[in-house]
Structures are given as structure tokens and as C-alpha cells.
Design a binder for this molecule. Structure first.
Ligand code: NCD
Length: 306
């Protein structure tokens, strides 16, 4: 794997190999076993032009636990504020021998732009590009599901909320069906992709039909930072019609899991009781995230050495 900018770059076999590797790393981490120093001598740069808690810290921990040197740069404190282009910033990091650049950027396509830039050589990992993709999030969701349910094949996964602006929904809508799961999307009409079948999954403008018989419910935050104008009347009304609570959860399978990529807006898309309840795997998603990011970085490093 030279780069990971989109789930589209992965074959089914490639995705399964990453999940196997991540699963073994997660087992080792849980048993507090020493991890392989697969990134010794490598420099990983976390280049973040958008806010992040989980993604940035888990890429940093993943890189450090595999022995890499890590540099964290955020747009607010970099020369991006002085007008430097993204490619120039990365060329300068390469001049300091950066091997892998983990990029989060508000522009859809930013990671692809770097990965295909003729002047640049570093491996590029997409940590979220605008409304486009968030491949490591989809992989960590798949790993969490595989461990919690023992399989992905045949699972009915309802992804609910602001689908139109969600890179998490987009990457999961590509990855989970490739691994045998059935994805349904649900949200208010104003927050659904256009055309409705754009992501290739059944799409509903109400929550209930998507939740019916679901094995997994993934709730999403309203991506306010990507929305201009009004898309629903009030937050209270949104919570009432599109929030997940106990009564809606009862439409799903009795053992249905509740997921959320974070950050959660408690009381909006998800009640606090469900976020912290026995069906929630929100914190397992976070643990899976470190392992999946270790597997991704290791695959990129192996390619750099090969
Ligand atoms: C998501 C993101 O940034 O796309 N968060 C994350 O990476 N855990 C979802 C979100 O911000 O709502």
C-alpha cells in the first residue's frame, strides 16, 4: 500500500489483510505485550488543518507505539496562515525527511492531490478530507464490528444523521458492503446525498425504516461547519425526529450495537443513556482506531522499504 486516500484504493483482500493485522495488534495491546518496532527510523507527520481529538491522538499513539518519530503540525500554528500552499508545506517536511504524512484537510480531494503530486514522495494517509472520505474511520468501524459480532457478512448497518456532509458515512458506505454487510442510510431530506442513490445504498428520509431489524446503528453528528443556511427547524425538533432513543432502538435487533465516530452531541443525535449504555461500542471504536492506524502506517512503511 503506497498511500491510503480512499477506500476505493483497497481491494476486499487488502482491506481484510489490514483488519487481520489490526486485530493482532489490538490483541497484543490488550495483553500489554511489546509491539513490533515496525516504524523505527521513520518520521510520521500529522498535518491537521481541521480540529480533531481522536483521529490525531490515535495516529500519534499508533506511530509512537511502533517506534516512529512523530511531528504534529496544525494549520493554526503553521505557515498555512501566511499563504503557503499545501504542496509547498509537504515539500518542506520532506526536506526534513518526513516519510509518512497523515493529512486532515477541509478540502475534499486534498489527500489525493498530495499523493499524486509529481514533486512529492511521502506516503499520504487521509485522516479526513472535507466531505469526501475518512478511510481509517471506516476500517476502525469494521474492526470494532468484527470483534463485537464475530462477522461482517450479512450485518444490517443503519447509518443515520447528516449523511450528505459526512466523510465517515461515505467511507463506510464503500467499505462495509465490500466486506459483506448491508448498509442503509437515513436522515432528513436536506441532509441526504443528491442523487439519493449516490452512495449505492438504500436511503430513507425517516429513521424508523432504516432501524427496522438493524444489527448496528451508527449515529452521526450534524457537520455544522460544512453547512450554510438552515437545514432543519430547531435542534430540539431534530433530536425529536432523528435522534436515537430507547423507543427507536427497540425497532432494531435486540442485540443491536450503537456506534458513533465522535464527537457526540449528547441529547441531539444520541441520548446520553444510550451513548454510555451496554449496547454502546463507542469506546471500543476508539481502541480499534489506534490498532487500525498502526496497521495502516505499517503497511505504508513496508511499501517505502520495499
Ligand atoms: C469525524 C470526522 O472528523 O469526520 N470524527 C472523527 O474523525 N472521529 C466525524 C465528526 O466530526 O463528526
Amino acid at each position: 500500500m503506497a498511500h491510503l486516500t480512499s477506500i476505493r484504493e483497497l481491494s476486499r483482500e487488502g482491506a481484510l489483510a489490514l483488519l487481520e493485522d489490526a486485530g493482532a495488534l489490538l490483541d497484543a495491546a490488550e495483553r500489554r505485550e511489546p509491539l513490533p518496532a515496525a516504524l523505527a527510523g521513520k518520521t510520521v507527520v500529522n498535518l491537521f488543518y481541521e480540529a480533531s481529538t481522536r483521529t490525531r491522538s490515535s495516529f500519534e499513539l499508533a506511530a509512537r507505539r511502533l517506534g516512529a518519530t512523530v511531528l504534529n503540525l496544525s494549520a493554526a500554528t503553521s505557515s498555512a496562515t501566511k499563504g503557503e500552499t499545501l504542496a509547498d508545506t509537504v515539500a518542506n517536511l520532506e526536506a526534513m525527511h518526513a516519510d509518512i504524512v497523515v493529512l486532515r484537510h477541509p478540502a475534499s480531494g486534498a489527500a489525493h492531490h498530495l499523493a499524486t503530486h509529481p514533486r512529492l514522495r511521502a506516503a499520504v494517509v487521509n485522516a479526513g478530507d472535507g466531505m469526501h472520505e475518512h478511510p481509517s474511520q471506516a476500517l476502525l468501524d469494521a474492526l470494532t464490528l468484527r470483534r463485537a459480532k464475530g462477522r461482517l457478512e450479512g450485518l444490517k448497518v443503519a447509518i443515520c444523521g447528516d449523511i450528505a456532509h459526512s466523510r465517515v458515512a461515505r467511507s463506510n458506505a464503500l467499505l462495509l458492503p465490500m466486506l459483506g454487510a448491508e448498509v442503509r442510510l437515513a436522515g432528513p431530506r436536506t441532509l441526504l446525498p443528491r442523487p439519493l442513490d449516490a452512495l449505492g445504498c438504500p436511503t430513507f428520509d425517516r429513521l424508523e425504516p432504516a432501524l427496522e431489524g438493524a444489527d448496528v446503528i451508527m449515529m452521526l453528528r450534524i457537520q455544522q461547519e460544512r453547512i450554510s443556511g438552515a437545514v432543519f427547524s430547531t435542534l430540539r425538533e431534530y433530536a425529536r425526529t432523528f435522534g436515537l432513543d430507547d423507543s427507536r432502538l427497540r425497532l432494531a435487533q435486540p442485540d443491536a450495537l450503537v456506534m458513533h465516530p465522535g464527537p457526540i452531541n449528547r441529547g441531539v443525535e444520541l441520548t446520553s443513556a444510550l451513548a454510555d449504555g451496554p449496547r454502546s461500542v463507542v469506546l471500543q471504536q476508539v481502541s480499534s482506531g489506534v490498532a487500525v492506524r498502526m496497521a495502516i502506517l505499517r503497511a505504508c512503511a513496508a511499501r517505502l522499504d520495499g
